[in-house]
Write a protein that binds this ligand. Structure first.
Ligand SMILES: C[S@@+](CC[C@H](N)C(=O)[O-])C[C@H]1O[C@@H](n2cnc3c(N)ncnc32)[C@H](O)[C@@H]1O
Length: 394
C-alpha cells in the first residue's frame, strides 16, 4: 500500500479536545510538522511516515491521528455508496482483515451516523467481493483497520485512523477513583500551565493521580504512548517496523531523570490507593510522593512551583458545601503558596469565584460534556492584595 502523495508527504489531521488545539499545534511543531493549521478540535499538518508514527507516540494532547484519503461531494444515499466504493480499499487492507468505522454526521441529509456506516460497509464489502471474491468482516471491538467518516452537510471526508484506540488510553490507567480526568485533558492542562518540568509540581486533590502521572511523564520526557502496546498503523499493510523502532530508539535517548519534586495528596485513602496503583503500573511510584491529607492541611515546599488541581464540581461528586471548599482553597493558596502558580479546573463558576483571587489567565476546556474554566493564579508575594476585581469575567 502506498499513500498517493507525489512529494512523499502526507496530509494528516490530529484530533483533540476543544481548547487544546494551540498546545497540540506546538507539540506537532516540535516534532517537525509542516504547514500546521489550527482547526476546531483538530490540527492539520504535513509530514512523512516517520512523523505519523512519532505524532501517535509523542503527542500528549492528541486523541487520534487521521490520514485524510479522499473527499467527495454527495447528495444522495447512492452518492455515498458510489463514493465509498470508488476507493481502492484492497490496496490498504486485505479481505482477511477486519475493519470498522468511526462516523460523525453534521447537518447532513443523513441524520444517523449508524446508517452512514452501514451503507459504507456495504460499499466496501461489495467492492472486495467484486475485486477479490472475498469480503472482510466488520469488528467494532478490535478492528485491524479503522476508517473515519466525517460527513458535514454534503461534504464526505474519508480518513484512515492511524491510532486505533483513542490515544487517551495510555496503558497505565488500571485503577479508577471518582471522576478521573482524561489523560489527554490532564496533559493539556499541565502544558497550558507552563510548568517547566523541573520545579515542584503539586496536586492536593489528586484522586487517581492522572495529573501526577502525566506530570512525571512530562518531567522524564517519557512519550505519551510509552506504555501502549498497539497503534492502528501497526496493522497496516505498509507498516515499516524498522522506522517505528527508530522512532522508539530516538525517544529513549531523550529520556531523563526526574529533577522535579512531584507531590500528590487527597483526603480519601481509597482514591490515593488508585493513584498509587496507576503510578506503579507506569513504574513512576518512586518519583511521586503521595500522602493522605485534606488540602486544608497541606504544607507545600517553598516555591517556585506549580499546583494544578481538579476539585469536585458538585456534578459527579457531591460535596456538602462546594462554596466553602473553594473558599478554603483560596485561603490556603493565599496563605501557604506564595511563589507558586496555581491552576484550577471547574465547571462551577460560582464556586471558582469563591477562590477570591484575581486570575492571571483562563481557558475554556471541556471535562467530558462539562464546560469548564481552567483558571490560573499567580501567587506572587502580596497576592492577597490582588483582590478579586476580575472575578466577574470568568
Ligand atoms: C474530581 S476528583 C479528582 C480526580 C483526579 N483528577 C483524577 O484524575 O482521578 C476530586 C478529588 O478531590 C478529593 N477531595 C475533595 N475534597 C478534598 C479536600 N478537602 N482535601 C483533599 N482532597 C479532597 C476527592 O477525594 C477526590 O479524589
Amino acid at each position: 500500500m502506498s499513500f498517493d502523495y507525489p512529494s512523499g508527504k502526507l496530509n494528516m489531521l490530529a484530533k483533540c479536545p476543544s481548547g487544546l488545539e494551540g498546545v497540540l499545534a506546538s507539540e506537532l511543531e516540535m516534532l517537525g510538522g509542516e504547514n500546521i493549521s489550527i482547526l476546531n478540535r483538530a490540527v492539520a499538518f504535513e509530514g512523512d511516515k516517520r512523523l505519523l508514527y512519532a505524532a501517535n507516540y509523542h503527542c500528549r494532547t492528541a486523541l487520534r491521528i487521521l490520514v485524510p484519503i479522499k473527499q467527495f461531494s454527495i447528495l444522495t444515499e447512492q452518492d455515498l455508496y458510489t463514493a465509498v466504493k470508488s476507493v481502492k480499499w484492497e490496496d490498504y487492507f486485505s479481505a482477511d482483515q477486519t475493519f470498522a468505522f468511526d462516523s460523525t454526521v453534521n447537518q447532513s441529509v443523513f441524520t444517523h451516523s449508524h446508517y452512514v456506516s452501514q451503507r459504507a460497509k456495504d460499499a466496501i464489502a461489495d467492492r472486495f467481493r467484486e475485486k477479490t471474491g472475498k469480503r472482510p468482516s466488520v469488528d467494532t471491538e478490535n478492528p485491524d483497520f479503522k476508517i473515519n467518516i466525517h460527513l458535514s452537510r454534503n461534504e464526505l471526508n474519508l480518513s484512515f485512523d492511524s491510532s486505533g484506540d483513542s490515544l487517551h488510553k495510555r496503558g497505565y490507567h488500571i485503577s479508577n477513583a471518582e471522576a478521573p480526568l482524561s489523560e489527554v485533558l490532564a496533559a493539556g492542562m499541565i502544558l497550558l500551565s507552563g510548568w517547566d518540568g523541573r520545579s515542584t509540581f503539586m496536586d492536593p486533590m489528586c484522586g487517581s493521580g492522572t495529573l501526577l502521572t502525566e506530570a512525571a511523564m512530562i518531567a522524564m520526557n517519557l512519550p505519551a504512548g510509552y506504555f501502549r502496546q498497539e497503534f492502528g498503523f501497526m496493522r497496516w499493510k505498509d507498516f515499516n517496523k524498522p522506522l517505528w523502532e527508530d522512532v522508539l530508539d530516538e525517544s529513549l535517548e531523550e529520556q531523563t531523570d526526574i529533577e522535579a519534586e512531584i507531590l500528590g495528596s487527597d483526603m480519601s485513602a481509597q482514591n490515593l490507593r488508585s493513584a498509587e496503583a496507576n503510578l506503579k503500573q507506569a513504574r513512576l511510584h518512586k518519583d511521586v510522593r503521595l500522602s493522605v491529607s485534606k488540602f486544608q492541611d497541606v504544607v507545600p515546599p517553598e516555591g517556585p512551583g506549580t499546583l494544578v488541581t481538579n476539585p469536585p464540581y458538585g456534578e459527579r461528586i457531591q460535596v456538602d458545601d462546594i462554596i466553602e471548599l473553594y473558599r478554603d482553597l483560596g485561603n490556603v493558596l493565599k496563605r501557604r503558596f506564595s511563589g507558586y502558580k496555581a491552576w484550577v479546573i471547574s465547571s462551577d463558576l460560582r464556586a471558582v469565584k469563591m477562590i477570591g483571587l484575581k486570575p492571571m489567565k483562563k481557558h475554556v476546556l471541556f471535562n467530558g460534556p462539562l464546560e469548564c474554566r481552567f483558571v490560573g493564579f499567580d501567587l506572587y508575594d502580596g497576592s492577597r492584595r490582588g483582590g478579586n476585581r476580575d472575578q466577574d469575567n470568568l
